[in-house]
Design a protein around this ligand. Structure first.
Ligand code: PHE
Length: 347
Protein backbone atom coordinates (compact mmCIF):
# COMPACT_ATOMS: atom_id res chain seq x y z
CA UNK A 1 0.00 0.00 0.00
CA UNK A 2 2.85 2.33 0.86
CA UNK A 3 4.47 1.55 -2.46
CA UNK A 4 1.21 2.28 -4.22
CA UNK A 5 1.16 5.71 -2.56
CA UNK A 6 4.70 6.37 -3.77
CA UNK A 7 3.62 5.49 -7.28
CA UNK A 8 0.55 7.74 -7.08
CA UNK A 9 2.76 10.61 -5.98
CA UNK A 10 5.37 10.03 -8.65
CA UNK A 11 2.85 9.82 -11.48
CA UNK A 12 0.96 12.84 -10.27
CA UNK A 13 4.09 14.99 -10.05
CA UNK A 14 5.19 13.90 -13.52
CA UNK A 15 1.78 14.85 -14.94
CA UNK A 16 1.91 18.20 -13.18
CA UNK A 17 5.13 19.18 -14.96
CA UNK A 18 3.32 18.80 -18.28
CA UNK A 19 0.40 21.06 -17.34
CA UNK A 20 0.89 24.30 -19.26
CA UNK A 21 -2.18 26.41 -18.47
CA UNK A 22 -4.90 27.05 -15.96
CA UNK A 23 -7.29 24.54 -17.53
CA UNK A 24 -4.69 21.77 -17.43
CA UNK A 25 -4.02 22.56 -13.76
CA UNK A 26 -7.72 22.30 -12.99
CA UNK A 27 -7.98 18.93 -14.75
CA UNK A 28 -4.86 17.77 -12.97
CA UNK A 29 -6.43 18.66 -9.63
CA UNK A 30 -9.61 16.70 -10.35
CA UNK A 31 -7.64 13.72 -11.56
CA UNK A 32 -5.02 13.53 -8.81
CA UNK A 33 -6.42 15.08 -5.65
CA UNK A 34 -10.14 15.21 -6.46
CA UNK A 35 -12.89 13.12 -4.90
CA UNK A 36 -12.53 10.33 -7.44
CA UNK A 37 -8.73 10.28 -7.53
CA UNK A 38 -6.61 7.19 -6.76
CA UNK A 39 -5.37 8.97 -3.65
CA UNK A 40 -8.89 9.52 -2.32
CA UNK A 41 -9.74 5.89 -3.01
CA UNK A 42 -6.87 4.93 -0.71
CA UNK A 43 -8.26 7.20 2.00
CA UNK A 44 -11.72 5.67 1.55
CA UNK A 45 -10.33 2.11 1.60
CA UNK A 46 -8.40 2.66 4.85
CA UNK A 47 -11.17 1.15 6.97
CA UNK A 48 -10.38 -2.23 5.50
CA UNK A 49 -6.74 -2.13 6.57
CA UNK A 50 -5.32 -3.93 9.58
CA UNK A 51 -4.78 -2.16 12.91
CA UNK A 52 -1.00 -1.81 12.49
CA UNK A 53 -1.05 -0.94 8.80
CA UNK A 54 -3.71 1.81 9.12
CA UNK A 55 -1.67 4.53 10.95
CA UNK A 56 1.32 4.08 8.64
CA UNK A 57 -0.75 4.27 5.49
CA UNK A 58 -2.77 7.15 6.95
CA UNK A 59 0.33 9.19 7.70
CA UNK A 60 1.83 8.44 4.31
CA UNK A 61 -1.42 9.24 2.47
CA UNK A 62 -1.62 12.60 4.25
CA UNK A 63 1.99 13.35 3.35
CA UNK A 64 1.31 12.54 -0.31
CA UNK A 65 -1.83 14.69 -0.29
CA UNK A 66 0.10 17.59 1.27
CA UNK A 67 2.97 17.15 -1.21
CA UNK A 68 0.60 17.17 -4.20
CA UNK A 69 -1.26 20.25 -2.95
CA UNK A 70 2.03 22.08 -2.42
CA UNK A 71 3.22 21.05 -5.86
CA UNK A 72 -0.01 22.35 -7.43
CA UNK A 73 0.40 25.69 -5.70
CA UNK A 74 4.03 25.97 -6.80
CA UNK A 75 3.20 25.06 -10.38
CA UNK A 76 0.35 27.58 -10.49
CA UNK A 77 2.69 30.32 -9.32
CA UNK A 78 5.34 29.26 -11.83
CA UNK A 79 2.88 29.40 -14.74
CA UNK A 80 1.69 32.87 -13.69
CA UNK A 81 5.26 34.17 -13.63
CA UNK A 82 5.88 32.73 -17.08
CA UNK A 83 2.75 34.43 -18.41
CA UNK A 84 3.87 37.79 -17.01
CA UNK A 85 7.30 37.35 -18.48
CA UNK A 86 6.03 36.60 -21.99
CA UNK A 87 3.62 39.51 -21.89
CA UNK A 88 6.38 41.87 -20.78
CA UNK A 89 8.64 40.58 -23.52
CA UNK A 90 5.98 41.01 -26.17
CA UNK A 91 5.37 44.62 -25.10
CA UNK A 92 9.03 45.51 -24.97
CA UNK A 93 9.41 49.19 -24.12
CA UNK A 94 12.64 50.95 -24.88
CA UNK A 95 12.81 53.68 -22.26
CA UNK A 96 15.85 55.19 -23.94
CA UNK A 97 13.89 56.13 -27.10
CA UNK A 98 13.44 59.90 -27.54
CA UNK A 99 9.92 61.18 -26.73
CA UNK A 100 7.41 62.29 -29.33
CA UNK A 101 7.04 66.03 -29.83
CA UNK A 102 3.81 67.57 -28.63
CA UNK A 103 2.81 69.99 -31.36
CA UNK A 104 1.25 73.01 -29.70
CA UNK A 105 -1.39 75.17 -31.34
CA UNK A 106 -0.88 78.91 -31.65
CA UNK A 107 -2.76 81.96 -32.79
CA UNK A 108 -2.60 83.02 -36.42
CA UNK A 109 -0.16 85.93 -36.89
CA UNK A 110 -3.02 88.22 -37.96
CA UNK A 111 -4.94 87.35 -34.78
CA UNK A 112 -1.84 88.07 -32.70
CA UNK A 113 -1.42 91.46 -34.34
CA UNK A 114 -5.10 92.29 -33.95
CA UNK A 115 -4.97 91.44 -30.25
CA UNK A 116 -1.96 93.70 -29.78
CA UNK A 117 -3.85 96.50 -31.51
CA UNK A 118 -6.90 95.91 -29.27
CA UNK A 119 -4.83 96.08 -26.10
CA UNK A 120 -2.98 99.23 -27.14
CA UNK A 121 -6.24 101.01 -27.91
CA UNK A 122 -7.90 99.55 -24.82
CA UNK A 123 -5.21 101.32 -22.77
CA UNK A 124 -6.27 104.54 -24.47
CA UNK A 125 -9.93 103.94 -23.63
CA UNK A 126 -11.22 102.50 -26.92
CA UNK A 127 -13.79 99.70 -26.91
CA UNK A 128 -14.15 97.02 -29.56
CA UNK A 129 -17.25 97.33 -31.71
CA UNK A 130 -18.11 94.42 -34.00
CA UNK A 131 -19.92 95.32 -37.16
CA UNK A 132 -21.04 93.05 -39.99
CA UNK A 133 -19.17 91.48 -42.93
CA UNK A 134 -22.19 91.55 -45.22
CA UNK A 135 -23.13 95.15 -45.82
CA UNK A 136 -25.46 97.24 -47.87
CA UNK A 137 -24.12 99.30 -50.71
CA UNK A 138 -25.68 102.25 -48.86
CA UNK A 139 -23.56 101.78 -45.71
CA UNK A 140 -20.40 100.75 -47.52
CA UNK A 141 -20.48 103.70 -49.95
CA UNK A 142 -23.37 106.17 -50.01
CA UNK A 143 -23.54 107.07 -46.32
CA UNK A 144 -19.74 107.42 -46.37
CA UNK A 145 -20.00 110.13 -48.97
CA UNK A 146 -18.68 108.14 -51.93
CA UNK A 147 -19.84 109.98 -55.02
CA UNK A 148 -21.90 107.69 -57.31
CA UNK A 149 -19.16 107.57 -59.95
CA UNK A 150 -16.35 106.69 -57.51
CA UNK A 151 -14.15 103.94 -59.01
CA UNK A 152 -14.31 101.83 -55.81
CA UNK A 153 -17.99 101.32 -56.57
CA UNK A 154 -17.14 99.57 -59.78
CA UNK A 155 -18.11 95.90 -60.01
CA UNK A 156 -14.39 95.16 -60.27
CA UNK A 157 -13.73 96.10 -56.68
CA UNK A 158 -16.64 94.75 -54.67
CA UNK A 159 -18.08 91.31 -54.20
CA UNK A 160 -21.80 91.58 -54.93
CA UNK A 161 -24.34 89.10 -53.64
CA UNK A 162 -27.38 87.92 -55.56
CA UNK A 163 -29.42 90.35 -53.41
CA UNK A 164 -29.40 93.75 -55.10
CA UNK A 165 -27.64 96.35 -52.95
CA UNK A 166 -26.08 93.73 -50.62
CA UNK A 167 -22.30 93.33 -50.81
CA UNK A 168 -19.36 92.10 -48.78
CA UNK A 169 -17.83 95.12 -47.09
CA UNK A 170 -14.75 96.43 -48.86
CA UNK A 171 -13.51 98.18 -45.69
CA UNK A 172 -14.51 98.44 -42.03
CA UNK A 173 -15.64 102.08 -42.40
CA UNK A 174 -19.39 101.30 -42.83
CA UNK A 175 -19.25 100.21 -39.18
CA UNK A 176 -18.69 103.92 -38.35
CA UNK A 177 -22.26 104.68 -39.45
CA UNK A 178 -23.74 101.72 -37.57
CA UNK A 179 -21.80 102.57 -34.40
CA UNK A 180 -22.64 106.30 -34.51
CA UNK A 181 -26.32 105.46 -34.90
CA UNK A 182 -26.11 103.21 -31.85
CA UNK A 183 -24.08 105.59 -29.66
CA UNK A 184 -26.51 108.47 -29.57
CA UNK A 185 -27.97 111.06 -27.21
CA UNK A 186 -31.23 109.09 -27.38
CA UNK A 187 -29.60 105.83 -26.24
CA UNK A 188 -28.96 106.05 -22.48
CA UNK A 189 -27.02 102.77 -22.57
CA UNK A 190 -24.56 104.04 -25.16
CA UNK A 191 -24.33 107.82 -25.00
CA UNK A 192 -21.55 109.73 -26.81
CA UNK A 193 -18.64 110.26 -26.84
CA UNK A 194 -17.82 107.44 -29.22
CA UNK A 195 -14.40 105.91 -28.75
CA UNK A 196 -14.23 102.56 -30.50
CA UNK A 197 -12.18 100.34 -32.76
CA UNK A 198 -13.90 98.17 -35.33
CA UNK A 199 -11.94 95.10 -36.37
CA UNK A 200 -12.93 92.63 -39.02
CA UNK A 201 -12.60 90.93 -42.37
CA UNK A 202 -12.89 92.91 -45.58
CA UNK A 203 -13.31 91.67 -49.14
CA UNK A 204 -12.29 93.10 -52.48
CA UNK A 205 -12.79 91.69 -55.94
CA UNK A 206 -9.16 92.03 -56.87
CA UNK A 207 -6.36 90.18 -58.56
CA UNK A 208 -4.51 88.31 -55.84
CA UNK A 209 -0.83 89.27 -55.82
CA UNK A 210 2.03 89.38 -53.33
CA UNK A 211 0.75 92.80 -52.24
CA UNK A 212 -3.04 92.40 -52.34
CA UNK A 213 -5.43 89.67 -51.27
CA UNK A 214 -9.16 89.55 -51.94
CA UNK A 215 -9.76 88.83 -48.25
CA UNK A 216 -7.95 90.74 -45.48
CA UNK A 217 -8.54 92.30 -42.09
CA UNK A 218 -8.79 95.91 -41.05
CA UNK A 219 -8.98 97.67 -37.73
CA UNK A 220 -10.99 100.85 -37.95
CA UNK A 221 -10.95 103.50 -35.26
CA UNK A 222 -13.55 106.15 -34.51
CA UNK A 223 -13.70 108.92 -31.94
CA UNK A 224 -16.64 111.34 -31.91
CA UNK A 225 -17.35 113.93 -29.22
CA UNK A 226 -17.05 117.61 -28.36
CA UNK A 227 -13.96 119.54 -29.44
CA UNK A 228 -12.11 116.62 -30.98
CA UNK A 229 -9.35 118.04 -33.14
CA UNK A 230 -6.77 116.95 -35.66
CA UNK A 231 -4.28 117.24 -32.80
CA UNK A 232 -6.15 114.46 -31.00
CA UNK A 233 -5.89 112.34 -34.13
CA UNK A 234 -2.16 112.91 -34.42
CA UNK A 235 -1.52 112.34 -30.73
CA UNK A 236 -3.55 109.13 -30.60
CA UNK A 237 -2.01 107.61 -33.72
CA UNK A 238 1.55 108.65 -32.90
CA UNK A 239 1.13 107.11 -29.50
CA UNK A 240 -0.20 103.96 -31.13
CA UNK A 241 2.85 103.74 -33.44
CA UNK A 242 5.21 104.18 -30.50
CA UNK A 243 3.50 101.44 -28.54
CA UNK A 244 3.21 99.11 -31.50
CA UNK A 245 6.66 99.56 -33.09
CA UNK A 246 9.10 101.32 -30.83
CA UNK A 247 8.88 104.08 -28.19
CA UNK A 248 11.28 106.22 -30.26
CA UNK A 249 9.77 105.63 -33.71
CA UNK A 250 9.35 108.78 -35.79
CA UNK A 251 6.06 109.36 -37.59
CA UNK A 252 4.81 111.73 -40.25
CA UNK A 253 1.40 112.61 -41.63
CA UNK A 254 0.92 113.09 -45.35
CA UNK A 255 -2.13 114.81 -46.83
CA UNK A 256 -4.36 112.29 -48.55
CA UNK A 257 -7.93 111.81 -49.71
CA UNK A 258 -10.83 109.67 -48.50
CA UNK A 259 -14.43 110.61 -49.29
CA UNK A 260 -15.50 110.12 -45.65
CA UNK A 261 -12.82 112.23 -43.95
CA UNK A 262 -11.84 115.87 -44.36
CA UNK A 263 -9.01 116.64 -44.04
CA UNK A 264 -7.47 113.23 -44.64
CA UNK A 265 -3.98 112.00 -43.93
CA UNK A 266 -1.91 108.89 -44.21
CA UNK A 267 0.52 108.13 -41.45
CA UNK A 268 4.03 106.85 -42.11
CA UNK A 269 6.54 105.48 -39.66
CA UNK A 270 10.26 105.79 -40.16
CA UNK A 271 11.53 102.67 -41.91
CA UNK A 272 12.87 100.43 -39.16
CA UNK A 273 14.78 98.30 -41.61
CA UNK A 274 17.13 101.04 -42.80
CA UNK A 275 16.44 103.60 -40.08
CA UNK A 276 15.27 106.12 -42.66
CA UNK A 277 18.26 105.92 -44.96
CA UNK A 278 16.38 104.22 -47.78
CA UNK A 279 16.16 100.50 -48.65
CA UNK A 280 14.09 98.08 -50.68
CA UNK A 281 11.46 97.64 -47.94
CA UNK A 282 10.64 101.38 -47.90
CA UNK A 283 11.41 101.71 -51.61
CA UNK A 284 14.21 104.16 -50.87
CA UNK A 285 11.86 106.69 -49.25
CA UNK A 286 12.88 106.01 -45.64
CA UNK A 287 9.18 105.85 -44.64
CA UNK A 288 6.55 103.11 -44.41
CA UNK A 289 2.86 103.89 -44.77
CA UNK A 290 0.85 102.22 -42.03
CA UNK A 291 -2.66 103.69 -42.02
CA UNK A 292 -5.25 106.05 -43.46
CA UNK A 293 -7.01 108.60 -41.29
CA UNK A 294 -8.81 111.91 -41.12
CA UNK A 295 -11.42 114.07 -39.43
CA UNK A 296 -14.88 112.56 -39.87
CA UNK A 297 -16.55 114.33 -42.81
CA UNK A 298 -19.53 116.53 -41.79
CA UNK A 299 -21.77 114.54 -44.15
CA UNK A 300 -20.75 111.31 -42.45
CA UNK A 301 -21.35 112.76 -38.99
CA UNK A 302 -24.79 113.82 -40.11
CA UNK A 303 -25.50 110.38 -41.61
CA UNK A 304 -24.51 108.89 -38.27
CA UNK A 305 -26.98 111.13 -36.44
CA UNK A 306 -24.53 113.76 -35.15
CA UNK A 307 -24.76 117.49 -35.79
CA UNK A 308 -21.41 118.56 -37.31
CA UNK A 309 -21.91 122.02 -35.82
CA UNK A 310 -21.77 120.46 -32.34
CA UNK A 311 -19.68 117.34 -32.73
CA UNK A 312 -16.43 116.47 -34.41
CA UNK A 313 -14.38 113.33 -34.62
CA UNK A 314 -11.55 111.47 -36.21
CA UNK A 315 -11.30 108.07 -37.85
CA UNK A 316 -8.55 105.81 -39.04
CA UNK A 317 -8.11 102.43 -40.66
CA UNK A 318 -5.16 100.07 -40.68
CA UNK A 319 -4.43 96.59 -42.05
CA UNK A 320 -3.17 94.01 -39.53
CA UNK A 321 -1.68 91.90 -42.34
CA UNK A 322 0.28 94.90 -43.55
CA UNK A 323 1.45 95.73 -40.04
CA UNK A 324 2.53 92.12 -39.53
CA UNK A 325 4.36 92.14 -42.86
CA UNK A 326 6.25 95.30 -41.94
CA UNK A 327 7.10 94.18 -38.45
CA UNK A 328 8.28 90.70 -39.44
CA UNK A 329 9.35 91.52 -43.03
CA UNK A 330 6.95 89.10 -44.66
CA UNK A 331 7.19 89.78 -48.38
CA UNK A 332 4.03 88.05 -49.64
CA UNK A 333 0.55 88.71 -48.25
CA UNK A 334 -0.67 85.39 -49.70
CA UNK A 335 1.17 83.60 -46.87
CA UNK A 336 -1.62 84.63 -44.51
CA UNK A 337 -4.15 82.37 -46.23
CA UNK A 338 -1.89 79.53 -47.35
CA UNK A 339 -2.05 77.67 -44.05
CA UNK A 340 1.52 76.57 -44.58
CA UNK A 341 2.82 75.47 -41.19
CA UNK A 342 6.36 76.47 -42.11
CA UNK A 343 5.08 80.05 -42.22
CA UNK A 344 2.61 79.92 -39.33
CA UNK A 345 5.00 78.23 -36.92
CA UNK A 346 7.33 81.20 -37.03
CA UNK A 347 4.96 83.41 -35.05
N1 PHE B 1 -11.39 102.80 -45.10
C1 PHE B 1 -10.10 103.26 -45.55
C2 PHE B 1 -9.45 102.18 -46.43
O1 PHE B 1 -9.97 101.10 -46.51
C3 PHE B 1 -9.17 103.59 -44.42
C4 PHE B 1 -9.65 104.74 -43.60
C5 PHE B 1 -10.46 104.55 -42.51
C6 PHE B 1 -9.27 106.04 -43.92
C7 PHE B 1 -10.87 105.61 -41.73
C8 PHE B 1 -9.69 107.12 -43.16
C9 PHE B 1 -10.48 106.88 -42.08
O2 PHE B 1 -8.45 102.40 -47.06
Amino acid sequence: MLKKLDKVQKEALAALDKAQDELALQQWGTLHIGRKSALMEIFIGMGKLSEEERPQVGRKANEVKQALENALEARTFELKQEAIKTSLESELLDVTLPGRDQTRGRLHPTTQTMRRIYSIFAEMGFQVYLSRDVETDEHNFQLLNFPPHHPARDMQDSFYTTNPGVILRTHTSPGQIRAMREYSEENPENPPPVRIILPGMCYRYEQVTARSEMQFTQVEGLAVGYNITFGDLKGTLTDFARRYFDPNVRTRFRASYFPFTEPSAEMDVECFVCGGGGCTVCKKTGWLEILGSGMVHPMVLRNGGYDPEVYSGFAFGMGPERLTMLRHRVDDIRNFWRNDLRFLEQF
